[in-house]
Design a protein around this ligand. Structure first.
Ligand SMILES: [Fe+2]
Length: 239
């Protein structure tokens, strides 16, 4: 299993994400993803979150709806650092073929900016607020953050939300958002996550979206937030 972890890490280093397919339905994904760090509580304080359509908010642009979700990084609005890695385990994909997930490499985008622009991203704070779908289930969090910060190891954390991010200098943020969305359209990688597959990505680096809506309301993924990266990989063992 250590070999599988090494292959996954190489893929994540190279492209920011990895999709592991054809796993057995009883694959212990919770233990597996802990090789990347400890699990972080979700909005309801549980260590895993069901990404499923919730009656009454199907049009919400979040994990509980069935419509497209615009590009964002995960948990941008939290007070603490967002999860370093995200994992999605697919129990039941949308049989209609929708519910695709798209990624764009935020670090690559940052390389396209001038030194002055990048410097500004570490200085100007914006208010990041929970998406409206979450507010419908009484999750309403808002905190100010710079678009770029660093974690304790000096790694860049890129926070992005297409519909949030408000502050005084809106001219800059409107232009920044336009530039990023243009980059996203030109460079996004879209995938369909099949049953019994595990998707892991670097949330400090990658911006993700649900790039297509779906009609199969049985679609069911499980989401895990992984707090911090570990320098060394440990030997995998089943529970
Ligand atoms: Fe998300």
């Amino acid at each position: 299993m250590t070999r599988l972890i090494e292959i996954c890490q190489k893929k994540i280093d190279a492209q920011g994400f990895v999709l592991i397919q054809n796993l057995s339905s009883d694959f212990d994904y919770q233990t597996f993803v802990r090789h990347w760090g400890s699990l972080m509580p979700q909005y309801d304080q549980n260590l895993q979150w069901n990404v499923q359509v919730k009656t009454g908010i199907t049009d919400a642009k979040c994990s509980l709806g069935s419509v497209e979700v615009p590009p964002h990084t995960e948990y941008y609005e939290g007070e603490s650092n967002p999860p370093h890695y995200l994992a999605l385990w697919c129990i039941h994909p949308a049989s209609c073929g929708g519910g695709k997930i798209a990624f764009a490499d935020g670090y690559r985008f940052l390389e396209t900016l001038s030194v002055e622009e990048k410097k500004y991203l570490y200085q100007a704070k914006y208010i990041y607020r929970s998406e409206i779908g979450l507010r419908k289930i009484n999750v309403d969090i808002a905190h100010p953050h710079c678009i770029l910060t660093k974690n304790s190891s000096g790694k860049d954390i890129f926070r992005f939300n297409t519909t949030g991010m408000e502050a005084g200098d809106l001219t800059f943020i409107h232009e920044f958002r336009r530039k990023f969305l243009n980059f996203y359209e030109m460079n996004r990688h879209e995938l369909y996550q099949p049953e019994n597959s595990l998707l892991i990505w670097d949330n400090y680096r990658m911006v993700h979206a649900r790039s297509s809506s779906f009609t199969d309301e049985k679609r069911h993924l499980v989401r895990l937030w992984i707090k911090e990266s570990k320098a060394k990989l440990k030997t995998y063992s089943r529970k």
